[in-house]
Design a protein around this ligand. Structure first.
Ligand code: ADP
Ligand code: ASP
Ligand code: MG
Length: 818
């Protein structure tokens, strides 16, 4: 014989009832079946509320009305759609059930108190209803049903709100009361009785447990739990979109998982099945053809970590004090007190029992636990041998489960690293000695983030980047296009790149599922939000993003000055904006300290040479013990182009105008010709090598005189630039007489930085660099006398965006370094 259990989610409406009836019909043609049913979805919740408000006549009456209405609607639906139903029999049985519920409520009201057994009877109304409706539906299909009465065999102990079934006594009683069963037997789940014959409940979600006990009583060869998911997943599928289905797992794994919160099974279900070696299947009522999950003695060895579970609404009690040192039997006294109060301890943290004992209990039992401990240790508390017993509330336990974790090293490290990645603070840690589970106690509000990131890092192994592009001009716009083109290819390589935000100076467009990249301009124009730290924090926390990255494509100073706050709030920063790295040294150092402390990336490869790998190479050399002796470079693409054109015969103003028309300069070319941008770049390099310089320390020779360089209006600058052509021409001619080229060169030597126009001969590494190219010659301890040269296009939207893209992908290195 097989036992089938259908949960409330499988009995949510008449269509579900019909589906259940059809599964029973099919299964009973193959073998005898014993069926356990829960209440229709949501009914027990209302019954619990009713019982909790039994003294509140109005609330209680409203709930009674609502429950009766809901159940009646199901009956009426059934009667109107199934002409073969035994109408009168069903209606009478239903009315009796509702009358009985009314009487039980009335009785409790008269007593002004609801005894445990009355409470259990009221709570079981939903299950009794399911039996009566399903019985009628099966009857109409000519399936003969024996209804089983839990009070006649399912014996539980009396202590506690979640009693334990007496398997042996139950089996004896069952076999004497039901020596013979027909093809289909039907049992209301969730309830039993104590040795005095009073009704008891098996605790919330307890019908699974009823099914396990019934499986033992009927010597079932299999127990099937039918629910609304395809089986057990490696994380709660409500929290984790990409949770994966588990084919098979061991009893131990299932037990740990359900004990630590996986709602798919009541925690006590597995013990009776495991004791009697009855395999258990978790199956989907709405997709019966799917295989489901098998829980048995076997587990696949494929994955060491089987699943992650989460248990919410937990409180942690802390008993500590100097008097505990050397006091024999302290732990035993603490836990005896707790057990007398009938409170179950979920987890004990491994701290030094000599000084402090911390343990977790269900949140709703924290006050009772505190009260009983205060009583038990009254004397010690009075004499200050113990510190006041403290309670931390609103906690959750996140647990990794897997039989084979014991053979694998580094599991805990990966677990805690993942939690650190989303900045979840671990309050306590516990590992069972068989290493089947590792638990971390965290704040409840961080559960979603914790479970998601652990699933991402430990199971999915498909790292995700959530990018927010700030600034969508030339470079930002190009980056958005590149992201759009690359997304699919990256996904194939197991990287999920989501562009979740785009901002300009006025607005921000945010979408946790990814901005629509075909229509972002319109969507952004319609947005009413603005980029602020608060806005982004709220978005990231609501969307539970684990690795948000801000990509700054602006040259805006005020955004650069917010990097410290963004890093402190858990964002990675990728930037083309040089303003942060060239701000004062205090801020420069602060950014690095925060990034280190918060384990966040601050990446700025594009600050120098656009997409050319300058910073990365330099850092690599320095890390390998090299040191810079001298640096010389052409760091401005626009000036490289302008100087190249001048040597082809154009005047300074003609060359500048041409560069401007081709989009190689800033809108106002004065910004290029002032040399300030180059000064910033050389400062970035100098600081990278450890020089403690400020921007004002750079010796800067502007290409044009100060009075021209300071013109802020682009048109005026372009109009007045020819004034300087003559003077500049004479410099060129002088250089040409010596067969030299004029180059705008940034240099670092003897701890000093200089930016100036230089006349170089053909042997100089920068002599041939023109046409918008950048070139950097680094003479180092390792690279001398021939310097290490990096050369290529160092400006332009495409290469800069590609450089930003590279940095964006490097944010993964920190999060996923295993
Ligand atoms: P029923 O009404 O059938 O008893 P429950 O709601 O009690 O159903 O349990 C099934 C639910 O358990 C699923 O809908 C799912 O949301 C939740 N659940 C939590 N953790 C897991 C998990 N690891 N695997 C599958 N389901 C899970
Ligand atoms: N109906 C009960 C509850 O909701 C028992 C169950 O569904 O398993 O807790
Ligand atoms: Mg359930």
């Amino acid at each position: 014989m097989k036992v089938l259990k259908f949960g409330g989610s499988s009995l949510a409406n008449l269509a579900c009832f019909n589906q259940v009836a059809s599964i029973i019909d099919k299964e009973s043609q193959l073998d005898q079946v014993a069926v356990v049913v829960s209440a229709p979805q949501g009914v027990t919740n209302e019954l619990v509320e009713l019982v909790d408000n039994i003294g509140e006549v109005k609330v209680c009456d409203e709930l009674f009305e609502s429950i009766s209405r809901k159940l009646k609607a199901l009956v009426e639906d059934a009667l109107s759609s199934q002409p073969k139903l035994a109408k009168e029999k069903l209606q009478t049985a239903f009315e009796e059930l509702i009358v009985k519920l009314g009487q039980l409520i009335q009785g409790a009201r008269l007593l002004e108190h609801c005894p445990e057994s009355t409470r259990a009877q009221i709570l079981s109304t939903g299950e009794r209803f399911s039996v009566l409706l399903l019985n009628a539906l099966l009857d109409a299909n000519a399936i003969e049903v024996t209804t089983l009465e839990p009070k006649l065999f399912l014996i539980t102990d009396t202590t506690g709100s979640e009693p334990v079934a007496d398997l042996e006594a139950s089996k004896v009683k069952f076999q004497s009361n039901y020596p013979q069963l027909g093809q289909v037997a039907l049992l209301p789940g969730f309830i039993g009785c104590n040795s005095k014959g009073e009704t008891t409940t098996l605790g919330r979600n307890g019908s699974d447990y009823s099914a396990a006990v019934l499986s033992v009583c009927v010597d079932a060869y299999s127990c099937e739990i039918w629910t609304d998911v395809d089986g057990v997943y490696n994380a709660d599928p409500r929290l984790v979109k990409h949770a994966q289905l588990i084919d098979s797992m061991s009893y131990h794994e299932a037990m740990e998982l359900s004990y630590f919160g996986a709602k798919v099974l009541h925690p006590k279900t597995i013990a009776p099945l495991s004791l009697n070696q009855i395999p258990c299947w978790i199956k989907n009522t709405h997709a019966p053809e799917k295989a489901g999950t098998l829980i048995s003695n076997e587990t696949s060895e494929k994955e060491a970590i089987k699943a992650i579970s989460n248990l919410s609404d937990v409180a942690m009690i802390n008993v500590s004090g100097p008097g505990m040192k050397g006091m024999v039997g302290m732990a035993s006294r603490v836990f005896s007190a707790i057990s007398w109060a009938d409170i179950s301890v979920i987890l004990i943290s491994q701290s030094s029992a000599e000084y402090c004992i911390s343990f977790c209990v269900p949140g709703n039992e924290a006050d009772a636990a505190l009260e009983c401990l205060n009583k038990a240790f009254e004397l010690e508390l009075k004499s200050d041998l113990l510190e006041p017993i403290s309670v931390k509330r609103n906690l959750a336990i996140v647990t990794l489960v897997g039989d084979h974790m014991q053979q694998q090293k580094g599991t805990a490290a990966k677990f805690f690293k993942a939690l650190a990645q989303v900045r979840v603070n671990i309050i306590a840690i516990a590992q069972d000695s068989s290493e089947r589970s590792i638990s971390a106690v965290i704040r409840d509000e961080r559960t979603d983030d914790a479970v998601k990131v652990c699933h991402q890092n430990l199971f999915l192994k498909k790292p995700t980047i959530d990018a927010i592009v700030v600034g969508c001009g030339n470079v930002g716009g190009e980056l958005i296009q590149q992201i759009k083109r690359q997304q699919a290819g990256l996904f194939e390589k197991d990287i999920v790149l989501n562009l979740v935000g785009i901002a300009n100076s006025k607005r921000i467009l945010l979408d946790k599922n990814g901005v629509d990249l075909d229509n972002w301009q319109n969507d952004l124009a319609r947005s009413e939000d603005q980029l602020t730290l608060e806005k982004l924090n709220q978005f990231v926390s609501e969307a539970h993003l684990s690795t948000p990255v801000i990509i700054d494509c602006t040259s805006n100073e005020s955004i650069a000055m917010q990097y410290a706050d963004y890093l402190a709030n858990g964002f990675h920063i990728v930037t083309a904006n040089k303003k942060a790295n060239t701000a004062d040294l205090t801020y420069y150092q602060k950014l690095r300290d925060i990034a280190q402390a918060k384990q966040r990336r601050f990446l700025y490869e594009t600050n120098v040479g656009a997409g050319l790998p300058v910073i990365d190479n330099l850092q690599g050399l320095l890390r390998a013990g090299d040191s810079l002796i001298q640096f010389e470079g052409i760091l401005s693409g626009s000036l490289s182009y302008i100087f190249g054109e001048i040597h082809k015969g154009l005047s300074l103003s003609e060359a500048t105008l041409k560069a401007r028309e081709l989009g190689y300069t800033e809108p106002n070319p004065a910004e290029d010709l002032s040399g300030l941008d180059v000064a910033r770049k050389v400062l970035v390099i100098a600081r990278e090598t450890g020089l403690k310089l400020e921007l004002s320390d750079i010796e800067l020779e502007s290409v044009v005189p100060e009075e021209l360089a300071q013109i802020t209006d682009a048109d005026e600058f372009v109009r007045r630039l020819p004034e300087y052509d003559q003077t500049f021409q004479s410099k060129i001619e002088k250089a040409q007489q010596n067969k030299h080229h004029l180059r705008y060169i940034a240099s670092i030597e003897n701890g000093r930085c200089k930016v100036s126009i230089q006349s170089v001969d053909a042997s100089h590494p920068l002599y041939a660099v023109a046409d918008g190219e950048n070139a950097l010659a680094l003479s180092t301890e390792y690279y001398q006398p021939v310097p290490f040269v990096i050369r290529g296009y160092g400006a332009g939207a495409a290469v800069t965006a590609a450089g930003l893209f590279g940095d964006l992908l490097r944010t993964l290195a920190w999060d996923h370094a295993q």
